[in-house]
Design a protein around this ligand. Structure first.
Ligand code: NAP
Length: 256
């Protein structure tokens, strides 16, 4: 239905597991050349191997600009340029506000928000040369729309990414680069599976579509935003949460 993305050069930060790996898999399946990025090379290599031909691994840390520069150069050297950056790497260790230390705050902000800036900045020189440059950020419903105890720092970064996006899209529009964000709800990752069956059951019950999101739900949204057909969409958010944020109360959910 959409024009093929086959052959496009894609970077996905934080793609050794979880949502990033799912995004990388969607692009690999579409015939793209994908750079799988995480701090631990062995894990990134294992993920790249699973994705098959066209995917390769690179160890880099989004909290360091020189590491992101090296990542961008590696993608350009291996794939002849960069067309699509999925800035996805993120961490979410919960800490209640009253107990949170300054260092705990900094780790989350440095990874999720500053890391997003580093990844995008490093890729700009290459994205400018692409006929269809795309930046796709993984934000969250937590922060921009909802709250969850233990995640003041996390919510601030996920809302902050959207503030970053709205000016970045203006600055990069002259190069034909679009910048958009996907806001996942509760997605079935290895991390979430570890929360246990009871959590998953309760969480599923609070979602109108009665299931947690699949990795493909986020991967398909990122794929859409990367297509030529989505080329007139920039500075926008797409919530992918099975309707989770819609009910105004438990009563609204119960009466449906
Ligand atoms: P995850 O399973 O914990 O995976 C995180 C990935 O990021 C790993 O590949 C990790 O690899 C990498 N990473 C962490 N710190 C990094 C750093 N400093 N530099 C480079 N890579 C780094 O997480 P996830 O649940 O898939 O979440 C991915 C993104 O989706 C995050 O931005 C998160 O906020 C967002 N999100 C998730 C959910 C959900 O339901 N899971 C919902 C909404 C939004 P290394 O440790 O090897 O570096």
């Amino acid at each position: 239905m959409f024009t093929s993305l086959a052959g496009k050069s894609v970077i996905v930060t934080g793609s050794s597991k979880g949502i990033g790996k799912g995004i990388a898999a969607s692009f690999a399946k579409a015939g793209c050349k994908v750079l799988v990025v995480s701090r631990h090379l062995a894990e990134a290599e294992a993920a790249a191997k699973e994705l098959g031909k066209g995917a390769s691994a690179f160890a880099a840390d989004v909290t360091k600009l020189d590491s992101m520069d090296a990542m961008a150069k590696a993608a350009a050297d291996r794939h002849g340029g960069i067309d699509i950056l999925c800035a996805n790497a993120g961490v979410f260790p919960p800490h209640k506000l009253e107990e949170m230390t300054s260092e705990q705050w900094d780790l989350v902000v440095d990874t999720n928000l500053k890391g997003c800036f580093h990844a995008v900045k490093a890729c700009i020189p290459y994205l400018k040369k692409s006929p269809q440059g795309r930046v796709i950020l993984t934000s969250s419903i937590t922060g921009p729309v909802t709250g969850f105890p233990g995640w003041t720092h996390y919510g601030a970064t996920k809302a902050g990414q959207l503030g970053f996006m709205r000016t970045a899209c203006l600055e990069l529009a002259k190069y034909g680069i679009t910048v958009n964000a996907v806001l996942p709800g509760n997605i079935m990752t290895e991390g979430l599976q570890g929360m246990g069956e009871e959590y998953i059951k309760t969480m599923s019950a609070s979602i109108p579509l009665k299931r947690l999101g699949a990795l493909e739900d986020i991967g398909n949204t990122a794929l859409f935003l990367a297509t030529g057909e989505a080329g007139y969409i920039t500075g926008q958010t797409i919530i992918v949460d099975g309707g989770q944020i819609i009910p105004e109360s438990l009563e609204a959910l119960a009466q449906a």
